[in-house]
Design a protein around this ligand. Sequence first.
Ligand code: GLA
Length: 386
Amino acid sequence: MKNRTEDTLPESFRNFKVHFTVSAPGRINLIGEHTDYNDGFVLPTAIDKTIKLHFAANSTPYSCSIYSKTYGKSFSFDLRKIARSEEQWENYILGVINEIQKRGKYPEGFDCIIESDLPVGSGISSSAALESGMAFGLNELFGFDLSRKTIAELSRDAEHNYVGTKCGIMDQYASVLSKKDHLILLDCRSLEATYIPAKFKDHKLLLLNTMVSHSLASSEYNTRRKECEEAVYHINQLYPEVRSLRDVNLTRLAEFRNSLPEILYKRAHYVVSENERVLKAVEAISREDLDQFGLLMYNSHKGLRDKYEVSCEELDFLVDLTTEYKPVKGARMMGGGFGGCTINLIEEDAVEEFIEIASEAYQKQYNIKPEAIVVSPEQGTYFRKH
Ligand code: GLA
């Protein structure tokens, strides 16, 4: 039976003596959205906003307590009875423990205090940070010798099996394996990562948070994944070597223009085009052609809006605003969609001015103040001993 308390630091934490602290970052994604679960390419990196998890072993074999400063809530559980909870935030933690145990590693009693400066539901992956930060901490605390890659994979599995979102690997991989000042070109089929220097001379990456998070996000996400699988199923009847949309190019897809249901064709068309855009974006960034990269960002947004249909009015509004404003080279929605942030590549000198313009326009339209966050590529999960 689990115990819960709210608001106050629970009794069991009165003698809490932190052993070490894990910092688990959120992530941005430059381009390559909804491609990860299609075996495709993505271009993410970690940012300097993190969830901090303070760990201590408690010398008991099975008792654990978790306290979230952010939610002002705590819960306790027995390591022999890990099961899904009706409280969704607890599932991020329980799911990770379940995956670790499934891999034949057994944590002992521990306590953990969690605090976060990552806004929830804003598309910068607070959930992946929480999962992988938990896995990273338990790996340290109990010397499990799990690689960073395994930590990312088991964290994704926790999200599938306990949280219920059939996400790809991008968020967890970026949170755990990023390098400062680099982007990760990740091949989500082989998990081969190429670290690309983030050369954005005289430009900044600016996130604008719509502050909305439409409830469709999780169900529509799983629907998109299914639609892609269905498209692959059709194509596979004629081309048995096609195992995912990664194996399809636009010419091959065009052969299915009339036989694939319209909606599946649109979804597949977006994914296949987005994969191509990621590779073009890497070339553009490497030769410091930011105009070209900006164009690819806009095309990515159009595809997400019109073909993949995961954008929303508020995101479109913020992206549309930038097309009139020259110092922004490119903008698009970021992450799963239906709310959260846009990512903008903008001339350094114009950041302040643009934040003002965008805030004013957005407030006038929606009566909500958008949050503006300037981000830079940072290292993945790390820990500090006390
Ligand atoms: C969410 C998922 C990722 C990825 C993005 C869309 O963030 O967790 O795996 O699919 O959406 O690119």
